[in-house]
Structure formats: C-alpha cells, structure tokens
Design a protein. Sequence first.
Length: 202
Amino acid sequence: MTLRSICASAVVALTCSPLMAGPQTWFVDPVSGDDANSGQLETDAFQTIGAGITAAANGDTVLLLPGTYTGPGNQSLSLQGKTITVSGRDGAEFTLIDIMDIECAASGSDCADRAFEISGGQGRDLLIEGVTIRNGLVLSFGVGAPGLGGAILINGDSSPTIRDCVFEDNRALGDDFGARGGAISATGDPLIQGCSFLNNDS
C-alpha cells in the first residue's frame, strides 16, 4: 500500500466516523408541543414529560417549558433507570405538574396517581428541579400494600436530588396497611434542597 493510499484511507475514516455526541437537551411544551415532534428544539418540542424521558439518555436534560402538565404522559412517570435531569426552565412558579386528571375525575373512575417513581438505583446526579407537583393521590385501601409517596416514590437505594420544587395538596391514603409520605416517600437517601411543602397529607 502506497503512502498516498494510506493517507486517503485515513481521510475517509475520519470523514465517515460518527461524531461523539455530548449530553442532549430535550424540550417539552404542554401548550404547543407534540409527541410526534423531535423534541430537539424549543420550536419542535414534545408535549408530555414522558416523551422527553423516553428520548433522553444518561446525562441528558428534559427541559420543561412553562405551563401545566396533566393527564397521560405527565403522571405515574418512571425514570426508566436513567440518570437525567428533569428541569422546569422558568422554575416551580411557572411549571406545574397537576396530577388531577379532570376528565378522569368527572367520569367517576379511580384517578389515583403520583408524578414520579424512581427505582433504578440512581445517585445524586438524577435531578428533579424547578417544578410544582400538585394533587397527587395514592391509595392503599384493601390492596395489601401501603400508600406511599403522593407526589414522588423513591424505591430501593436510589438517592436522587430534588431541588427548588413545590409540593402542594398531595396525599397518600390507606387503611390498616398504612400510608406514608403525603409528598415524598423514600427508602433510599434523596437530597432535598430548597423545596416547599404545602398542605400534603398521609
């Protein structure tokens, strides 16, 4: 192989090699977003938090634009074992996760739900910040397990960071099996910073 062919092969290899991607930001907009969008631009945002979490990889950020997030795709959210950031861009005052599904409540169905369940053993780098979580409700009546974590349930040895959030009117209710954590129930060791707790009950 000549020196020229070696150099040509090197150029081709460099040109064709995929670029190493760094952490990505996935945009979510409850007002004008659509889960069929790419989520990679603010103008092409997803509509639900769940779509953002599904798209994200470890180290990524799911950035929530201002508005009210409610209904399917915005509650009972698993972090899917990922170490990511879920962040309200403009803070808790302008970013509301409202678990009360008005249509479900009007139908008379069992509408109990929470916002997030974390059970993948993640550490401090899993971050939820700058959101208000309201109207979470978990029940344990007659099901043989306690109602745990009206807004967030942290299972196992997960130790996420929860920062600058507001927890309001969340409830964990039960009968003889008990209930704990009107706002947050954790068996791990979460770091909770700068959060406000208003009228939560268990």
